[in-house]
Design a protein around this ligand. Structure first.
Ligand code: HEM
Ligand SMILES: *[C@@H]1O[C@H](CO)[C@@H](O)[C@H](O)[C@H]1NC(C)=O
Ligand SMILES: *[C@@H]1O[C@H](CO)[C@@H](O)[C@H](O)[C@H]1NC(C)=O
Length: 356
């Protein structure tokens, strides 16, 4: 355990030092001037600048130029009160985009014509951050009434949370509109479970128009945050129906996890997804997978699943955090473009929990 603490301190320091390179634009990262970054082949171009699909990074530059600053100021307070909040907000954007596209459907409460996605298996007792989104929305309604959509707030909050945790910044296309319904079924069907095989994961991401590179880079969001015992218990006690632990789980980590997650009970006990640096956005997640310390099956199978593409990417991201940061930024833009509602379809909600 002592060695982990040391590791944690070392990496926090390293991250503080190295992340300054990526945070130069903060807090003034503006809509029109993305910080840019180096492409994989060393070609210089703005991160994510390649695929706006009807959205524009300057969408609010006339109607609400201070939108991003408002988001960042609420995030700063919220994350300093609860460091896990950055993780929770990044996940909220993912759970929004994978169900009916990035349309803020995940934020809706129950309504006579639909059931809230908050009750789905992946979300129940798990998804968090709604109060922070409400606070951002209230401030934005004061500054620029009925202008900034809840779907864009989720995208802005995910980017801001990444940057404030030491991760990359990117130029963020905006102009999403909010749905007038939610889909509980869609949430149950489209968000992959933690015991997914590598094939399940690839299929699930393909359905959203995302590829293996997106799968690995976006899984890197698990460099932040926590998971409940119920999401990894199967690996400790009965991974393959033979009452044996998952053989890909490193031995000492396995023993530590049993302490958090007993065979019976304790389902809501939580453990960090990245045990070495759970509130720092870095590439430690991939280094841990390399040493058999991925928490979820879905994390470890990126390496152990015998799919060459994802195995190679895990290794490459573990070796090169800049490569991971660039890919993460690009894949976040791609995820943020899933099945958009734009133009005069949908609406800009006044309250993110209710249709107008
Ligand atoms: C590849 C498939 C994925 C699976 C199977 C998966 C599964 C999970 C599970 C089971 C948890 C723990 C939830 C709980 O116990 O309450 C979790 C947490 C989290 N996930 Fe994923 N996830 C996946 C992809 C993603 C993606 C694409 C993102 C964002 C880009 C993401 C971001 C997060 C974050 C930040 C947390 C921590 C949340 C917190 O601490 O509140 N995940 N994920
Ligand atoms: C959701 O799924 C359930 C069970 O599969 C089905 O009975 C119900 O009609 C579905 N609802 C919608 C809105 O698709
Ligand atoms: C994953 O977990 C679910 C729910 O506990 C279970 O029904 C299913 O069989 C598991 N899948 C695999 C591949 O282990």
């Amino acid at each position: 355990m002592a060695s982990f603490k040391l590791l944690y301190v070392t990496f926090t320091l390293l991250t503080l030092l190295s992340s300054s390179t990526f945070c130069l634009g903060y807090p003034g990262f503006n809509f029109g001037r993305g910080r840019g970054g180096r492409g994989v082949g060393g070609v210089s171009r703005p991160i994510g600048g390649q695929r706006f699909s009807g959205l524009s990074p300057r969408f609010y530059s006339q109607s609400c130029p201070q939108a991003n600053d408002i988001v960042i100021s609420v995030l700063k307070t919220a994350i300093s009160k609860d460091p896990r909040m950055a993780a929770s907000l990044i996940r909220l954007h993912f759970h929004d985009c994978f169900v009916q596209g990035c349309d803020a459907s995940v934020l809706l409460d129950d309504h006579p014509t639909f059931t809230s996605e908050k009750k789905s298996v992946p979300n129940k007792n798990s998804i968090r951050g709604f109060e922070v989104i409400d606070e951002i929305k209230a401030k934005l309604e004061q500054a620029c009434p009925q202008t900034v959509s809840c779907a864009d707030i989720l995208a802005l909050a995910a980017r801001g949370s990444t940057v404030l945790s030491g991760g990359p910044n990117w130029e963020l296309p905006l102009g999403r509109r909010d749905s007038r319904k939610a889909s509980l079924n869609g949430s149950n069907k489209n968000i992959p479970p933690p015991n997914s095989t590598i094939q399940n994961l690839v299929t699930s991401f393909r359905r959203q128009g995302l590829n293996e590179v997106d799968l690995v880079s976006l899984s890197g969001a698990h460099t932040l945050g926590m998971a409940r015992c119920t999401t990894f218990k199967q690996r400790l006690y009965n991974q393959n129906g033979n009452n044996q632990p998952d053989s890909t789980l490193e031995r000492s980590y396995y023993h530590d996890l049993k302490g958090v997650c007993p065979k019976t009970g304790g389902d809501n006990n939580i453990s960090p997804l990245d045990l070495a640096s759970p509130i720092t956005f870095d590439n430690m997640y991939f280094k841990l997978i390399m040493s058999g310390k991925g928490l979820l099956t879905s994390d470890q199978v990126l390496l152990s699943g015998k799919l060459g593409k994802t195995m190679q990417l895990v290794k490459a991201f573990a070796d090169d955090h800049t490569l991971f940061f660039n890919h993460f930024a690009r894949s976040m833009v791609r995820m943020g473009n899933i099945r958009l509602v734009t133009g005069n379809k949908g609406e800009v909600r006044k309250n993110c929990r209710r249709i107008n």
